[in-house]
Design a protein around this ligand. Structure first.
Ligand code: GCB
Length: 604
């Protein structure tokens, strides 16, 4: 493990979790960007005493809540605060404050004292707060959030100032981002306070293998708070989905436990009557009990195939965003639930977390409902020479480490994706990603395959040589030869054969898609109509079927649902490559995709 764990806050007989979700006070600081210092020390008193505040929901992006354009498009510091109590019953406990994700950069104070900061969105961070909270009076938590992206943030961005005052108002600037989605910001996932005993379970790493009918569970537990040299007690057992103990017990921090006649974790398409079976490793360190969910499954690849539990697996999936009306990228259980119903309805057996890690609550559902996940870092748009600096690389490695630490025990995660469409055809790109991929291999003892989403050609790319499965994003008949569906089969076949001939690795067509406005019709088909999207897809399908029995191990349409982007001339209120609308209702393409994907379920 990495030492410091970031276990999801779960209650147990020894732990209590309290939510800090709800309405916080909020105000934007119009006088600063990330690179400037604060004008006022707003953490020293309640935010409402610094000026006008508005109620702001947590979790949510702040951008689409109000009618204020300057807040929607805001770049710089915004502030949140709220009051909370810590019960006297928690006085002898270890009290933790945890955020599921804050985009992009966060500083946190309690009662005016800084307790932590964190760089990078989409991943959790936490700290102990015992020394700064009061157990007998009200407390205040203040969070300053900055969404400014620089050449070395992940994802990167730049800010361009226009200083010609005849043409632009004072202070005018634009943020340039190499990404095709809106740069939503704020406290976008849940905030929790939780209490554990002083001696506690810090981290758990679980690796599973299968021997005959046995599930073999190797684990490592890190304990904390016991102090060097002091005695602590450990009891580890395994519980099944119904909470029954199904193994012998171990009293060691690191051990291997066998589950006889184990129930394996399967994608729902491989075992429709019993998908996503999850056990829990029950860890007790001196009375602190934590149940870590896990599944028993293996993944491996050959030169032409992808195997789950040693059976060939074909990914018929979707790329998708976390994106919904009003709350933007804010995590929301209703949307999570709806999206899994729609994926099941579509016959989708897996998805990619494009282009950043998704909420833990969403990932839990992938585990439990048996969907596979290609789990991606926020490394999108690493395309400019100054994105390839040592600072950027070391931050990217740190982010990959945090992603691994958060998701390492998830059976749904069958591959790590380190980046989307980077400059992978230069010496600079080769050196950067060689290093990042080696780092990722060192992290993951379970040796999940590693990949990235490549938009370069087989003869110029210099990074695919380091990955286990080659994922290519292709927009034949859209960004090239637009309107010409008749080129798709020819060009895609040639492309796939060239990649496989050169690298002898399994391939996935990991993005293809056409913007489509629902309700727009034209026969014969014309771009942006529902007819074009379906005609286009049929050409891809024919090509996929040709290579499916050879070395093609998956297809992922871009995109699951429409999503919002920055304002651009080629985007009519966002990207419309969804087979579903942003409201998660089907276009004609959804019915076509469903017909295909359900037939693939029944043929395997
Ligand atoms: C891509 C990107 C994705 C975009 C998509 C598009 O290649 O990976 O982020 O949204 O194309 O629709 O242009």
């Amino acid at each position: 493990g990495l030492g410091k764990g970031i276990l999801y806050p779960r209650d147990s007989e020894s732990r209590v979790v309290k939510t800090l979700d709800g309405m916080w006070n909020f105000r934007a600081d119009n006088s600063s960007t990330r690179n400037q210092s604060f004008v006022d020390e707003w953490w020293t008193k309640p935010l409402s005493q610094t000026g006008d505040v508005i109620p702001m929901p947590v979790p949510s992006s702040y951008n689409d809540i109000t009618t204020d354009k300057s807040l929607r498009d805001f770049v710089g510091w915004v502030w949140y605060d709220r009051h909370f109590y810590v019960s006297k019953m928690w006085q002898d406990k270890r009290v933790m404050l945890r955020f599921g994700s804050v985009n992009y950069y966060a500083m946190v104070w309690i009662n005016g004292q800084q307790v932590m900061s964190h760089e990078g969105g989409h991943l959790p961070f936490e700290c102990e707060v015992n020394s700064v909270v009061s157990f007998s009076a009200v407390n205040r938590v203040t969070v300053a959030v900055n969404n400014t992206l620089t050449p070395t943030t992940i994802p990167p961005g730049t800010i361009h100032f226009d200083s010609d005052t005849k043409r632009y108002p004072a202070g005018y600037f634009v943020q340039n981002l190499q990404m095709d989605f809106f740069n939503y910001a704020g406290i976008q996932r849940s905030a929790h306070l939780y209490a554990t005993p002083q001696a506690y379970v810090d981290d758990i790493t679980i690796i599973t293998t299968i021997q005959g009918t046995n599930g073999v569970v190797s684990y490592t537990v890190t304990e904390g708070g016991t102090g060097p040299g002091s005695a602590f007690m450990v009891i580890v057992t395994i519980e099944d989905r119904d909470g029954n103990t199904v193994s012998s017990l171990s009293t060691r921090l690191q051990d291997t436990i066998v589950i006889p006649d184990a129930r394996l974790w399967w994608p729902w398409t491989m075992k429709p009557d019993d998908p996503g079976y999850m056990y829990a490793l029950k860890v007790n360190v001196s009375g602190d009990v934590y149940r870590q969910p896990f599944g028993i499954r293996t993944v491996r690849v050959s030169n032409t195939q992808f195997f789950i539990n040693d059976q060939p697996f074909y990914l018929h999936g979707v790329g998708r965003h976390e994106d919904v009306e009003i709350r933007g990228r804010g995590s929301d259980d209703a949307t999570i639930a709806r999206d899994f119903h729609m994926k099941k309805w579509l016959g989708v057996n897996g998805f990619r977390t494009a282009v950043y890690p998704f909420a833990e609550e969403l990932m839990d559902q992938a585990d439990r409902q048996g969907f596979v996940v290609v789990d991606e870092t926020p490394g999108v748009g690493i395309t400019q020479p100054d994105n390839f600096s040592p600072v950027g690389l070391s931050h990217h490695k740190a982010v990959m480490g945090e992603l691994y630490q958060r998701d390492k025990n998830r059976p749904s995660v069958i591959m790590w994706s380190i980046a989307n469409e980077p400059t992978s055809n230069t010496a600079q790109g080769e050196a950067y990603f060689k290093d990042l991929i080696a780092h990722t291999r060192d992290l993951d003892e379970s040796k999940r395959p590693i990949t990235f989403f490549c938009n370069k050609d087989y003869d110029t790319d210099r990074v695919a040589q380091f990955v286990d499965v080659i994922l290519i994003n292709r927009y034949l008949g859209w960004y090239s030869d637009v309107g010409h569906t008749e080129v798709i089969q020819l060009q895609l076949s040639d492309d796939l054969e060239n990649w496989h001939a050169k690298f002898n690795k399994p391939l996935v067509v990991s993005e293809y898609g056409a913007d489509t406005l629902p309700g727009l019709h034209r026969e014969p088909s014309f771009i942006f109509t529902e007819e074009y999207q379906t005609d286009f897809m049929k050409e891809y399908f024919r090509t996929f079927d040709k290579y499916r029995s050879q070395f093609l191990v998956g297809e992922m349409i871009w995109c699951f649902a429409d999503f919002i982007t920055a304002q651009q001339l080629n985007r009519v209120v966002g990207n419309h490559k969804g087979v579903l609308t942003r409201e998660r209702q089907p276009k004609a393409s959804a019915h076509l995709l469903r017909e295909r994907y359900l037939s693939l379920v029944n043929s395997t």
